[in-house]
Ligand binder design. Sequence first.
Ligand code: IPM
Ligand code: MG
Length: 363
Amino acid sequence: MEAKITILKGDGIGPEVIDQALKCLQAVGNRYNHKFHLKEGLIGAAAIDATGEPFPAETKALCLDADAILFGAIGHPKYDNDPSAKVRPEQGLLAMRKELGLFANLRPVKSYPQLLHKSPLKEEKVIGVDFIVFRELTGGIYFGEPRGRNEAGDKAFDTCVYSKLEIQRIAKLAFEAAQRRAGRLTLVDKANVLATSRLWRETVQNMAQDYPGVTLEYMFVDNAAMQMIQNPSRFDVILTENMFGDIITDEASVITGSMGMLPSASVGANLALYEPIHGSYPEVAGMNKANPMAAILSLAMLLEFSLALSDEARAIEQAVVHCIEQQILTEELVNDEPSTTEEVGEAVAGYLAQSTAVASKSP
Ligand code: IPM
Ligand code: MG
């Protein structure tokens, strides 16, 4: 097949981890005879430096023209430490999500048996953890109006707004995922306090009758944060609003041993973007130390969900597992002889290129 993929490397460790994913993409193209047409765009601090804008119109046009987008990370310490900065890299990320209509953020959390010892939780709690969070991505307090300061500048406000339609379109995806998985959907909210949460409950409850195989439960977000530590394997599909999803997915990301292993997808009606969830991690940028697995697994999600190339996605996942078994891992995951970012990328791509590796179907 032929496909157009827009590459946004972004800031911090974004470029180096995406470069490893691109080696894997090349290996997939060679082995399965696909032609991938790549175009690169600027985003984040890199785009501000070059153009003054965090999400330039040219980048948006490249995204709209693509079959899928592979994205690294955005963020730079010079903006984090300057609350008065008028233009910030994060604005680029939020504008991109909103303007491309990427309303659902899918963050799968799956434990690898070989990495259980790296979890901050006891190993027996982490065995079998396999859930996915559906985080709403273009609404809620991140975008609601009014927002800002009063005239005197001594009061600030943000507004949380949700419409029924915004809830329904992501809830549909979460119900469908629960149908394909273990059939358990947990709506995480704060319905004992927030009007928006009560609209979420009402809307999701009304949809439940269309999905008879799915058991729907409700959980307050504070309780969910606790249960995720006490008993993470109880979850199957979690559905939640933008800010709660931001917080609990960072919590979820460390359960399995390393945030550096976790991919994500941000999907809209016709387009999706795939990115590692770890962010720009500026402390190690350019040092060839960052874990590229999350970027590589994000590529696997891209191939599966945007291009319907499931065998290719499984082959990438198998190559990743192979490298874990061989302890070809970056420094946060092995104590002795850690591999560099490039070595990990080359090992995964090299394994993918072997004609003996046979992909099997998704379980
Ligand atoms: C994320 C990030 C972003 C968010 C920031 C960088 C704006 O934390 O993708 O989870 O809060 O959505
Ligand atoms: Mg976050």
